[in-house]
Design a protein around this ligand. Structure first.
Ligand SMILES: CN1c2c(nc(N)[nH]c2=O)NC[C@@H]1CNc1ccc(C(=O)N[C@@H](CCC(=O)N[C@@H](CCC(=O)N[C@@H](CCC(=O)O)C(=O)O)C(=O)O)C(=O)O)cc1
Ligand SMILES: N[C@@H](CCS)C(=O)O
Ligand SMILES: [Zn+2]
Length: 764
C-alpha cells in the first residue's frame, strides 16, 4: 500500500496559540504553562494528521522559536557567552540565543537571523568556530517522539541533516564549517541510536542543501556524513530534499547509503524519471506532489499521473505520497475562512486540505472509480479558475505591453540627483532617520481589530490613527531625527496593507504563517491582474508632512517584496505579476511627489530572498526584479529622493543588482553582523547613500551610545562618511515605546558624536 507522509506541519496553531503562549512567557508567564500549550498543539496536530490519513506524521517539526536553533541547541552549538545562562536555565538560554537577554546584569545579543532558503521564514544562524565541540545536549527529538508514542501515535522524527546544518551555520573566525563535520557526526549517531532505542522506525533527515549548487567540499561532506551514519544502530533514514530539483546532485543523493529519498516534484516535476532510474532498488521514494509553498488546489490528475508512474516503476510499498516540503509555509486550515469569496475559496487548499488531497491521490491509486467523483470535483474547480473572466484585465495587459526602457530610468545620474536633492533639502552629515514603522502597540492592534469588527466607527478609527501619527511625529522631533516617518500605524502589515488596496488581491482572516519566532504574517493571495484603483498612502503621508517642517518620508513596499510575500498566481510568470505591481506603485510614487512628499522609501527586503536557489537562474530573476523596482521609482524628478530598505540579506553576491536599483539611499540591516554585511558595498565602491543599521530591532535589548558609535565608526572606516546615514536595522513595529525612545535617543546622540569627530567632505 502506498503510504502518505508529511514533512512538517505548521506549529503556530490555527489561532496562533503558540505565539500567544510564547509571548505570555516572555512577559513573565511560567514555563510550565508555555510547555503545556506546546504539548497541546503537538498532540492536536499529530491527531489531525492521523485523522487526515497521514501514516507517519512528523515529530520534532515543532519548535518554540525555530527548528535550526533547536538543532544547534541539541548538538550543544552554543557560543560561550550564553553557556552560563543556558546551563542554569535552559529555556532562558534558548530564548537568549534567539532574541538576546538583558536582565540581572546579563547583557547578551541575539544570534543573527536570516532567511530559510527562498522563503519568508527566518532562522537563527548557529555560530561556530574552529575549536567547536559538539555534544548531545538536548534530546528534544527523542522526547517529542516518546510524547507522541505515549499518545498512541507513531511518528517519524525530523532532524536537520548534518551537512545542511553546517551550511546554515557561520563560523566567527572564518574557519571552514565543513571541517567540523567529523566532530558533529558522533552526536548525530548518538541521537539516532537514542531514537532507535525509543522505538522510531524511520527518521526524516532534511538535506535541502542538496538542491543547491554544491562545490566539491560539500559533495565530499555529504559522502563522509552518510558513510559515517551508514553502519550504526539507527532507524531507517528518509533523506528529504525540497525547494527544487536535485539536478546535477541527483547521482550524489541517490548514492548516499540511506533508506529512502524524498524529492520535490512541484518545483522539480521533470526529475521523476531520472530519480526512478538513479535510486537503487529497495529504497523508499517519497514523492512531493502537493505544493507546500503555495495555496492553490493541486491538479490532482497531474499528480496522479506521477504517482501511478512511480508505483508502476517501484511497486506501491516502496512509494510514499507527500507535500513537496514542510507545510510550515502555508496556513493551517481553509475551513476557518468563512468570509472568503466562495469562488476563490474553491480554488484553494491550506495545510489541512493538502493532506486531504494526498489522501485522495492515495485512494485513487487503489480504487480509481471510487475516487472519481472527488477527482471530478477538484478538476471542475481548477477548470473554473483557468477559465474565470475575473482573472484577466485588458487595461492591465495593455499597460504592461506599453512599458518602455525609459520608464525604468531616472532622469539624471545619481551625482546630479544628489546635488539637486542636497540643495533643496540640506541635511547634516550622518543624517538620522528610521525605517518606517513605530511600535504597533496592543492599543493600535486592538483599535484596528475593533474597526474591522465594526465596533469602532470609521471616524473614530481615523481619529485614533491621526492621533498616533501626530504623537509619533512629535516624538521624532523631540528626539532630533532629521528625516521623519509617519509611523505606519494604519498598516496591519507592510504587504497585506497594500494588497488590501490593490485589485487582483484577496485576503484571509486567519491565514497566518510563521515568519520568525512568535511573529506571523498573513500573506495576501494574488489571484488576478493587479491594478491600483486609488491612491493608497498619500493621505497619511501628507497628513504627517503637514505636522512638521522636517522632511517626511513616504513609505511604500516595493513590487518584488509584495510579490514575494504574497501567495502568487501560478498561471503566469512571476515577472509579469511583478511588473503589474510595479506599475501600480509607480502611480503611487508619482502621486506622493505631486502631493509634496520629496523623500520616498520603497522597501525591498525580499529582493534577495526571491533569488532562485540555482545560480544559473539568477540573472533572469535579477533583470526583472531590478527593472520592476526601477519602474516603480523612476517616474519622479531629480529632486525627489528615493530610498530603499533591505533586511536579513547577504549582499555579497547581488551587490551589482543592488547598485543597479539606483536608489538614492539604501538602508540595510547590519548590526547583528557587526557591519560585516557592508563588505560587499565596500568592495563594490557603492556610490549612493547607505544607512547601515546600528540598532538590532529584533531584540528587546537597547544598545547604548558607545555601541552605536563604535558601529558607525566601523562603517565610516569603510565607506566615505558623506555617503552614510544613521538608522536602525529595520522598522520598529515589534518594539515597545520605552525601548524605542531610549534606543533612538542613543542613535541620535551617536550621530552627533560622529559629526563632531569625523570630517565629511561632500563630492560635488
Ligand atoms: C519585515 N518583515 C515582514 C515580512 N513579511 C511580511 N509580510 N511583513 C513583514 O513586516 N518578512 C520579513 C520581516 C519579518 N518580520 C516581521 C515582523 C513583525 C511581524 C508582526 O508583527 N506580525 C504580527 C502580525 C501583524 C498583523 O498582521 N497585525 C494585524 C493583526 C493584529 C492582531 O493580531 N490582532 C489581534 C487582535 C488584537 C490583539 O489582541 O493583538 C487578533 O487578530 O487576534 C494588525 O495589526 O491589524 C504578529 O503579531 O505576529 C511579522 C513579521
Ligand atoms: N517600512 C517597513 C520595513 C520593514 S522591512 C517597516 O518599517 O516596518
Ligand atoms: Zn526591514
Amino acid at each position: 500500500m502506498t503510504q502518505i507522509g508529511n514533512l512538517g506541519f505548521p506549529r503556530i496553531g490555527a489561532r496562533r496559540e503558540l505565539k500567544r503562549a510564547v509571548e505570555a512567557h516572555w512577559r513573565g508567564g511560567d514555563a510550565a504553562t508555555l510547555q503545556a500549550t506546546a504539548r497541546e498543539l503537538r498532540l492536536r496536530h499529530w491527531t489531525l494528521q492521523r485523522e487526515a490519513g497521514v501514516d507517519l506524521p512528523p515529530s520534532n517539526d515543532f519548535s518554540l522559536y525555530d527548528q535550526v536553533l533547536d538543532a544547534a541547541f541539541c548538538v550543544d552549538a552554543i557560543p560561550g557567552r550564553y553557556r552560563a545562562l543556558a546551563d542554569a536555565d535552559p529555556l532562558a538560554g534558548y530564548f537568549a540565543l534567539a532574541r538576546g537577554h538583558q536582565r540581572d546584569g546579563i547583557d547578551l545579543h541575539a544570534l543573527e537571523m536570516t532567511k530559510w532558503f527562498d522563503t519568508n521564514y527566518h532562522y537563527i544562524v548557529p555560530e561556530l568556530h574552529a575549536d567547536q565541540a559538539f555534544a548531545l545536549r538536548d534530546d528534544k527529538p527523542v522526547r517529542e517522539y516518546l510524547e507522541a508514542q505515549d499518545a498512541g501515535i507513531e511518528t517519524r522524527p525530523v532532524l536537520i541533516g548534518p551537512v545542511t546544518l553546517l551550511w546554515l551555520s557561520k563560523t566567527t573566525d572564518g574557519s571552514d564549517r565543513f571541517a567540523l563535520l567529523e566532530r558533529l557526526l558522533p552526536v548525530y549517531a548518538a541521537l539516532l541510536r537514542k531514537l532507535h532505542d525509543a522505538g522510531a522506525g524511520w527518521v526524516q533527515i532534511d538535506e535541502p542543501a542538496l538542491v543547491l549548487d554544491l562545490d566539491d567540499t560539500m559533495r565530499a561532506a555529504y559522502r563522509r556524513a552518510y558513510a559515517a551514519l551508514a553502519d550504526i544502530v539507527r532507524p531507517k533514514l528518509l533523506l528529504a530534499t525540497y525547494f527544487g530539483a536535485l539536478d546535477d546532485n541527483l547521482e550524489l543523493a541517490a548514492s548516499l547509503p540511506v533508506d529512502g529519498l524524498h524529492v520535490d516534484l512541484v518545483r522539480g516535476r521533470e526529475q521523476l524519471d531520472a530519480v526512478l532510474h538513479a535510486l537503487p532498488a529497495g529504497r523508499t521514494l517519497s514523492l512531493g506532489l502537493v505544493d507546500g509553498r503555495n495555496i492553490w488546489r493541486t491538479r490532482l490528475d497531474d499528480a496522479l499521473v506521477l504517482a501511478r508512474y512511480a508505483v508502476e516503476a517501484r511497486g506501491a510499498d516502496a512509494v510514499q505520497l507527500a507535500p513537496s516540503c514542510s507545510l510550515l509555509h502555508v496556513p493551517v486550515d481553509l475551513k476557518q475562512e468563512k468570509a472568503l469569496d466562495p469562488e476563490l475559496r474553491g480554488w484553494l487548499a491550506f495545510a489541512t486540505q493538502k493532506l486531504d488531497e494526498l489522501r485522495l491521490i492515495a485512494d485513487a491509486l487503489t480504487d480509481a472509480d471510487a475516487a472519481e467523483p472527488s477527482l471530478a470535483e477538484a478538476r471542475a474547480a481548477i477548470d473554473a479558475r483557468r477559465q474565470s473572466a475575473r482573472v484577466h484585465r485588458a487595461d492591465v495587459a495593455a499597460r504592461l505591453q506599453a512599458i518602455r526602457p525609459v520608464d525604468a530610468q531616472r532622469l539624471s545620474a545619481f551625482g546630479t540627483r544628489r546635488v539637486a536633492q542636497d540643495a533643496l533639502r540640506p541635511l547634516p552629515a550622518f543624517p538620522t532617520t528610521t525605517i518606517g514603522s513605530f511600535p504597533q502597540t496592543l492599543e493600535v492592534r486592538e483599535a484596528r481589530a475593533a474597526h474591522k469588527s465594526g465596533t469602532l466607527s470609521d471616524a473614530d478609527y481615523d481619529a485614533f490613527i491621526a492621533a498616533e501619527t501626530a504623537s509619533c511625529v512629535r516624538e521624532q522631533e523631540a528626539l532630533g531625527l532629521d528625516v521623519l516617518v509617519h509611523g505606519e500605524f494604519e498598516r496591519n502589515d507592510m504587504v497585506e496593507y497594500f494588497g488590501e488596496q490593490l485589485d487582483g488581491f484577496a485576503f484571509t482572516k486567519l491565514g497566518w504563517v510563521q515568519s520568525y519566532g512568535s511573529r506571523c504574517v498573513k500573506p495576501p493571495l494574488i489571484w488576478g491582474d493587479v491594478a491600483r484603483p486609488a491612491p493608497m498612502t498619500v493621505r497619511w503621508s501628507t497628513y504627517a508632512q503637514s505636522l512638521t517642517d522636517r522632511p517626511m518620508k513616504g513609505m511604500l513596499t516595493g513590487p518584488v517584496t509584495i510579490l514575494q510575500w504574497s501567495f502568487v498566481r501560478d498561471d503566469q510568470p512571476r515577472a509579469a505579476t511583478c511588473r503589474q505591481i510595479a506599475l501600480a506603485l509607480r502611480d503611487e510614487v508619482i502621486d506622493l511627489e505631486a502631493a509634496g512628499i520629496g523623500v520616498i522609501q520603497i522597501d525591498e527586503p525580499a529582493l534577495r530572498e526571491g533569488l532562485p536557489l540555482r545560480r544559473a537562474d539568477w540573472a533572469a530573476y535579477l533583470d526583472w526584479a531590478v527593472e520592476s523596482f526601477r519602474i516603480s521609482a523612476s517616474g519622479v524628478a531629480d529632486t525627489t529622493q528615493i530610498h530603499t530598505h533591505m533586511c536579513y540579506s547577504e549582499f555579497n553576491d547581488i551587490i551589482e543588482a543592488v547598485a543597479a536599483m539606483d536608489a538614492d539611499v539604501i538602508s540595510i540591516e547590519t548590526s547583528r553582523s557587526r557591519m560585516e554585511l557592508l563588505d560587499a558595498f565596500v568592495r563594490f565602491r557603492y556610490p549612493n547613500g547607505i544607512g547601515p543599521g546600528v540598532y538590532d530591532i529584533h531584540s528587546p535589548r537597547v544598545p547604548d551610545v558607545d555601541e552605536m558609535t563604535r558601529l558607525l565608526e566601523r562603517a565610516a572606516d569603510r565607506i566615505p562618511p558623506a555617503q552614510l546615514w544613521v538608522n536602525p536595522d529595520c522598522g520598529l513595529k515589534t518594539r515597545g515605546w520605552p525601548e524605542t525612545r531610549a534606543a533612538l535617543q542613543a542613535l541620535v546622540e551617536a550621530a552627533r558624536r560622529m559629526r563632531a569627530h569625523t570630517p565629511v567632505t561632500r563630492a560635488a
